[in-house]
Design a protein around this ligand. Structure first.
Ligand code: NAD
Ligand code: GLY
Length: 376
């Protein structure tokens, strides 16, 4: 049992720097994840992972004034350019990625170029997609600055953009060379964004790590207060779970789909509300409650289990119900666009118990209708 033990003793970590390191094991495409306060401006974090001498750092208007100078100071000796994109999910599209290609071609970047994504999941997904496509693939490094991107989107190599008809519908798998997580960047993160990231942290406990779920129940206030030691711990444990799943099923032919708990309902919410109006993590929170409700109707979760999940999301000030005005047909129509739909069959990630997820087909349509909100 690890409850009550000093938190750093749980998983180790460098006794001097406090840095924690993990590996995503993918053979010759394996890469490290470094987690520590202050590593953004440490040259040693980047040097082993930069190919060639041409580096393009891609960020957005919000992050640039906060962290771009610090990052660039670590890259002395390289030919570094920066590209500042507009901020927001509504800009996560092919036109914005075109701006990256324009810059790479105009400045004659070649195949040994390295792209660095500095920002949240939107920046990381677009930079990764550009890296996957440019000259059929160049290296890239993820420097995630939101909690959500630190625990989820920067790890695992899913990259892409939205299409007006569906979220993340255009994309590629392309693994980064390294993920560099500086927990100090979270000091400037708006509260709503911190909460949205916690939805993905809670997800790992729910789908495969019941001990971590209990740890979160006990320690959620430390995370909401942004206690650095607890943040490092929660990010480490989340990344460890994600790295294990990705190593087992990189291209999502099986267990990786469980990382999408709540996402099929959540993506429907995001698409109906307009991208950017509900944060991704907020939609995942409400979507996870819908998945939990359906799991209860199927006899897998108890009322008490559902109450514990709801309690944790509520403490994080996350929505636990779908938005007012969305009816069952809005959900079903958008859910059928989900990437997990195979041959016209809806597949949903549900909870067999707290800490164990299943990908389900042949879902009883009556139970599903009961979980969806009533018609308006
Ligand atoms: P985001 O990138 O839009 O960032 C949220 C907001 O916070 C933005 O306004 C950003 O500029 C700002 N911000 C970022 N870091 C900051 C900091 N340190 N201080 C102050 N402000 C900061 O959103 P997100 O939640 O990071 O990512 C959501 C995106 O990630 C979605 O597009 C989603 O589809 C994608 N995603 C991808 C994967 C994957 O596996 N690739 C997984 C989950 C989510
Ligand atoms: N965020 C889900 C995945 O990476 O598979």
């Amino acid at each position: 049992m690890y409850f009550g033990q000093p938190i750093n003793k749980l998983f180790g970590g460098d006794p001097i720097t406090g840095m924690k390191k993990l590996s995503v094991d993918l053979g010759d495409r394996s890469y490290p994840i470094y987690i520590a306060p202050g590593i953004l401006s440490d040259p040693a974090s980047y040097l082993p992972h930069i190919k060639g001498s041409q580096v393009l750092v891609i960020t957005n208007q919000t992050i640039a004034p906060l962290y771009l100078k610090q990052l660039c100071s670590a890259l002395a000796g390289f030919s570094v350019s920066t590209l500042i994109l507009p901020d927001g999910e509504e800009h996560k599209n092919i036109e914005t990625v075109q701006q990256i290609f324009d810059r790479l071609l105009k400045d004659k970047y070649n195949r040994t170029a390295t792209l660095i994504a500095l920002g949240g999941g939107v920046t990381g997904d677009m930079t990764g997609f550009a890296a996957a496509c440019y000259q059929r693939g160049v290296a890239f490094i993820q420097v995630p600055t939101t909690l959500l991107s630190q625990v989820d989107s920067s790890v695992g190599g899913k990259t892409g953009v939205n299409h007006p008809l569906g979220k993340n519908m255009i994309g590629a798998f392309h693994q980064p060379n390294a993920v560099i997580i500086d927990t100090e960047t979270l000091t400037t993160l708006p509260e709503k964004e911190l909460s949205a990231g916690l939805a993905e942290v809670i997800k790992y406990g729910l789908i495969r790590d019941p001990e971590f779920f209990e740890w979160l129940e006990d320690n959620i206030n430390h995370l909401l207060e942004r206690d650095n030691e607890y943040l490092v711990e929660a990010i480490f444990r989340s990344c460890k779970n994600k790295a294990e799943v990705v190593a087992e099923d990189e291209f999502e032919s099986g267990v990786r789909a469980t990382l999408n708990l709540g996402h099929t309902f959540g993506h429907a919410i995001e698409a109906c509300q307009g991208y950017g109006n509900w944060l991704h993590g907020e939609a995942v929170s409400a979507g996870t409650m819908m998945a939990a409700d359906l799991s209860r109707r199927m006899g897998w979760l108890s009322d008490d289990d559902v109450g514990r999940i709801m309690n944790l999301f509520e403490k994080c000030r996350l929505p636990t119900r779908p938005p007012i005005g969305m009816g069952p047909d809005d959900f079903l129509q958008k859910m059928m666009l989900d990437k997990k739909v195979l041959d016209g069959n809806l597949r949903l990630v549900l909870l067999k118990s707290l800490g164990e997820a299943r990908v389900c087909v042949d879902i009883d349509p009556v139970l599903l209708r009961e979980t969806l909100p009533p018609p308006n």
